[in-house]
Design a protein around this ligand. Structure first.
Ligand SMILES: *[C@@H]1O[C@H](CO)[C@@H](O)[C@H](O)[C@H]1NC(C)=O
Ligand SMILES: *[C@@H]1O[C@H](CO)[C@@H](O)[C@H](O)[C@H]1NC(C)=O
Ligand SMILES: *[C@@H]1O[C@H](CO)[C@@H](O)[C@H](O)[C@H]1NC(C)=O
Length: 311
């Protein structure tokens, strides 16, 4: 009897097993991430503040198992002045082959918002690639997952994923910056429906051969136990078909991607949310809306239960 147990364990552990290397929960984020008070690279109507300002204004709040990152929702802005105060944080560490699991209770919501949870190396972008795990604009669901690389990386239109291919050229050709995107199948992967459902988990696995992204809604029946419990090890082979799959068929993932930092940001308008503001139901100019209506941004916050990195 006793001898059977190790045999069964060994067979179930076949495949890629990753071990927890970094746990970011609550106040961990105040030392393992830096607040980037930088000008918005995408021309958003935002003013990214530093950590001292963010904590003193309670835009960043870390306590127990909670990290809140939010935008100012009380100040009317002058059109010639700085944008709306918000927060952008970047992990101190960077990673190559790894798994990141985001446990998110609430994401920024509101017309004009453009939130993102993603990974890249800012220096020399996009030489080390970019993986957008959770991103969208103006509350328009579903989530869009996207790779950005230097030119010469494309994705097959059809591949083993539950999401829908939107664009296939990951390369930053002529500064178009569209990337190769995949739309998640479920509306509750993003924005209002995501928040109404208590959020959920995003998992991303990057190897030299592929990038895979999974989404599990908070109440999904198929959340892997290692994901929901923040276990010390995860076995991605047991996670099922990914929501988005980016294989190396016509993209050398190993050379298109280098070490990436994890970044969580919230901007307004700009290159994505600004250009789609009217089609998403906004009236007038996105910047004017953001300047004049602070209270509509009271739901423009991240509530993050944890970010775990496995290697
Ligand atoms: C926020 O994240 C997205 C990720 O896709 C990035 O393209 C954009 O530059 C970032 N915006 C700001 C303002 O930081
Ligand atoms: C700061 O934000 C947290 C989370 O929303 C809230 O619980 C707390 O009361 C706020 N603190 C102050 C001083 O407003
Ligand atoms: C893709 O990765 C596989 C290993 O999984 C490797 O055998 C193959 O050569 C790679 N293909 C390309 C085009 O790089």
């Amino acid at each position: 009897m006793l001898f059977l147990v190790p045999v069964l364990l060994a067979s179930s552990a076949l495949g890629a097993t990753y071990t927890l290397s970094d746990t970011h929960v609550g106040s961990d984020f105040l030392t393992s991430f830096v607040h980037e008070a930088i000008p918005d690279p995408t021309s958003g109507r935002v003013n990214y503040v530093d950590q001292a300002t963010a904590t003193s204004k309670n835009l960043t709040y870390a306590m127990g198992d909670t990290l809140i990152l939010r935008a100012d929702s009380t100040t009317v802005l002058t059109p010639s002045g700085p944008g709306r105060d918000s927060v952008r944080i970047k992990s101190v560490k960077s990673y190559t082959t790894h798994v990141t699991v985001f446990d998110i209770r609430h994401m920024p919501q509101g017309l004009g918002t453009w939130p993102a949870a993603w990974e890249t190396l800012e220096d020399g972008w996009p030489a080390s690639g970019e993986v957008d795990i959770l991103e969208g604009a103006n509350d328009v669901a579903p989530n869009q997952m996207t790779l950005h690389t230097s030119p010469g990386c494309t994705m097959p239109a059809t591949r083993d994923q539950t999401g829908t291919t939107a664009t296939t050229d990951c390369g930053d050709s002529a500064g178009a910056n569209v990337g190769c995107g995949v739309h998640a199948p479920a509306a509750n992967s993003y924005g209002t429906a995501f928040n109404a459902n208590g959020g959920g988990w995003y998992g991303m696995e990057r190897t030299p051969e592929f990038v895979k992204i999974w989404f599990w809604a908070r109440n999904a029946a198929n959340v892997p136990s290692g994901v929901s419990t923040g276990a010390d090890t995860v076995i991605t082979e047991n996670w099922g078909t990914p929501t988005a799959y980016f294989p190396n068929t016509s993209c050398d993932i190993a050379t298109k991607f280098g070490a990436n930092n994890i970044i969580i940001n919230l901007t307004f308008c700009g290159a994505w949310a600004g250009t789609t503001f009217n089609s998403a139901g906004g009236v007038g100019a996105c910047n004017t809306y953001v300047e004049s209506n602070p209270s509509v941004f009271d739901q423009a916050y991240w509530d993050i239960a944890g970010v775990r990195v496995y290697q």
